[in-house]
Design a protein around this ligand. Structure first.
Ligand SMILES: *[C@@H]1O[C@H](CO)[C@@H](O)[C@H](O)[C@H]1NC(C)=O
Ligand SMILES: *[C@@H]1O[C@H](CO)[C@@H](O)[C@H](O)[C@H]1NC(C)=O
Ligand SMILES: *[C@@H]1O[C@H](CO)[C@@H](O)[C@H](O)[C@H]1NC(C)=O
Length: 268
């Protein structure tokens, strides 16, 4: 099976695993899917170059902080990037957008990158982006609470969102796409991906729905008693965005690091 980092093109093809599965006939997309109703996902961030080119998603977790995937931030310079909140259509100026520059990129210290000696898996694939000035919180820009450490979020119906490609040969989406998707337990995910799946991952799967390049860094949210919480950040999956589980970084395994960074940022 081929594996790819769900990010932008100059990272492709990142790596190829030993085993080979048949290619799927029907190429799927994050939506399988539907355009999001505007601003239903007010924590969704678009991470862009200063040119406006979207390459990864993110999740607002605080007025100063966006959580994304570490692999999105490899070899990046903070001053060449920007974060957009309050975004719906990437091509249309809707007057809800808030553009912010980044003062600091904090990559999870346990992230190892896609290196052969680690069997190509991406442990702790998370990065925190500190915004130079905080976003203004309102009904279209709102942080997502972090997942409850006492819950596994397995075998649930959750939601993924992003502006990634809507098919392996398609372009990125202009309108934010959303799809309901099932979270697996890691045993079920290992049926496909075997030893690439670690406890700090959470897998999602639904026939016809697959996050794709450009969705990396974006949120997996699940409904808890008080509303949606952030359960995962998009990390990697099938190179063709085909019919296999996709892998997210599990938030509950990273709460200590997240709190350590943002609670000591001088803003709190
Ligand atoms: C591909 O998708 C179409 C439309 O949803 C469906 O009719 C068809 O059976 C699918 N093909 C396969 C091989 O799953
Ligand atoms: C953000 O950074 C860009 C590029 O460095 C710069 O041109 C722009 O003025 C900055 N914007 C703000 C609000 O600081
Ligand atoms: C998790 O469980 C512990 C022990 O049962 C409890 O003290 C704590 O409040 C729980 N945390 C949440 C967020 O529910």
């Amino acid at each position: 099976m081929q594996i790819i980092i769900l990010c932008f093109f100059h990272l492709l093809p990142a790596f190829i695993a030993a085993d080979n599965y048949e290619k799927d006939v029907n190429k799927s997309r994050i939506s399988g899917g539907a355009s999001a109703y505007p601003y239903d996902f007010p924590w969704q961030a678009s991470i862009q170059y200063q040119t406006g080119y979207h390459f990864c998603g993110g999740a607002l977790i605080d007025a100063y902080w966006v959580l994304t995937a570490a692999h999105c931030m490899e070899n990046q310079q903070a001053n060449e990037l920007r974060v957009v909140l309050g975004e719906h259509s990437l091509s249309v100026i809707e007057d809800t957008e808030q553009y912010r520059n980044i003062s600091r990129i904090v990559i999870n210290p346990f992230f190892n990158g896609a290196r052969p000696e680690f069997n190509y898996y991406l442990p702790y694939d998370l990065a925190l982006l500190e915004l130079k000035t905080p976003v203004d919180l309102n009904y279209v820009v709102k942080p997502i609470p972090l997942a409850d450490p006492n819950q596994s979020y397995s075998k649930r119906v959750c939601v993924v969102t992003g502006w990634g490609k809507t098919g392996v040969n398609a372009d990125g989406a202009d309108i934010l796409q959303m799809a309901e998707i099932n979270t697996l337990d890691n045993y079920a995910c290992r049926y496909t991906w075997r030893y690439y799946i670690y406890y700090g991952n959470i897998c999602v799967y639904k026939y016809g729905v697959t996050p794709c390049q450009g969705d990396s860094g974006g949120p997996l949210v699940c409904l808890d008693t008080n509303g949606y919480v952030l359960a995962g950040i998009s990390s990697w999956g099938d190179i063709d965005c085909g019919d296999h589980p996709s892998i997210y970084t599990r938030i509950t395994e990273n709460l200590a690091w997240i709190h350590d960074v943002i609670d000591n940022d001088g803003h709190h």
